[in-house]
Design a binder for this molecule. Structure first.
Ligand code: HEM
Length: 264
């Protein structure tokens, strides 16, 4: 902390000390201000993320007229006449129907409000999410990964992504069934962060297209790997950082030390 900030803090602290006559009360007030500020910031960031996910989802759905019937001049299907046969064709249609379901459903499942006030709805949508993810989205992506744009380096990334997403979802379900909701939540969050790779992939490859990269294939391979490794790393860093800070405690927890911290 720089000197100016320290001086300002000391000044606020001493004014409040004089006013209240208790340094503990002042410390708890400052901590509470910090909690409220952090909460406002995380709420704003959360809503921005929701808007971004919805915006990209609309852009993905806008391409669907090119798939009914398949237009092999469209961006994604260009040059895929040979691969759009056998198991690839049903896998593709299963994937493009089930993908948006888990992306949108996941937004509702991540809502703290729905979890607290409509726990039965949360449970129902959670079951739908796991079934659609494990039986439709991920198996179809494995079939499609074999013919990914960018060849095997991109395909390998999609295979590992599928395995990681399935593992996080299964571990999350096991914790939920054992009633360990504090452990269930981070695993389901990880699984959703990985599902959102579909959004990040399009953001990165869209930016690469705008910037004008020399090799579209190489850019796609980089986008395929970064689309899930970067968000996952960011999630792990934020989660560890949040655990160490008192900001995760609710204001009432600060007011009353007997009160537990908010569930992680
Ligand atoms: C972990 C989850 C996911 C994996 C592993 C995955 C994997 C894949 C793969 C391998 C492809 C073919 C890529 C290529 O040939 O270059 C693909 C295409 C596609 N995926 Fe996913 N995907 C996932 C989630 C989603 C989600 C959540 C959506 C929701 C919108 C989605 C929508 C699509 C669409 C629409 C295509 C066709 C291409 C396009 O129109 O952009 N996927 N996905």
């Amino acid at each position: 902390m720089n000197r100016r900030k320290q001086r300002k803090r000391r000044a606020v602290f001493s004014v409040l000390s004089v006013a209240s006559g208790s340094s503990e009360l002042v410390a708890s007030s400052l901590a509470r201000i910090h909690v409220v500020r952090t909460r406002i910031l995380t709420t704003i960031l959360g809503w921005l993320a929701v808007l971004l996910i919805l915006r990209v989802l609309v852009a993905i759905l806008a391409n669907y007229p090119d798939y009914f019937p398949p237009n092999f001049d469209s961006l994604f299907l260009q040059g895929r006449e040979a691969t759009f046969t056998g198991p690839y064709r049903p896998a593709f249609y299963i994937h493009i129907f089930s993908g948006p379901v888990v992306l949108f459903n996941g937004l509702i499942l991540m809502s703290e409000y729905v979890r607290r006030h409509h726990s039965r709805l949360h449970r129902f949508l959670g079951r739908v999410q796991v079934v659609v993810l494990l039986l439709l989205v991920l198996p179809s992506s494995v079939v499609m990964a074999r013919h990914a744009f960018g060849g095997w380096p991109a395909g390998l990334s999609f295979l590992l992504l599928s395995a990681a997403t399935a593992s996080c979802a299964i571990i999350g379900v096991v914790h939920a069934r054992r009633g360990r909701y504090d452990r269930h939540r981070p695993w389901m969050l990880r699984s959703y962060v990985l599902i959102c790779s579909a959004v990040v992939l399009r953001l990165i490859s869209g930016t690469a297209g705008l910037v004008g990269v020399p090799s579209a294939e190489a850019a796609y391979v980089v986008a395929a790997w970064s689309s899930w490794l970067l968000p996952l790393a960011a999630y792990e860093i934020v989660e560890r950082f949040a655990k160490r800070r008192p900001a995760r405690m609710s204001p009432w927890a600060l007011a009353d030390p007997q009160m537990p911290a908010l569930p992680q």
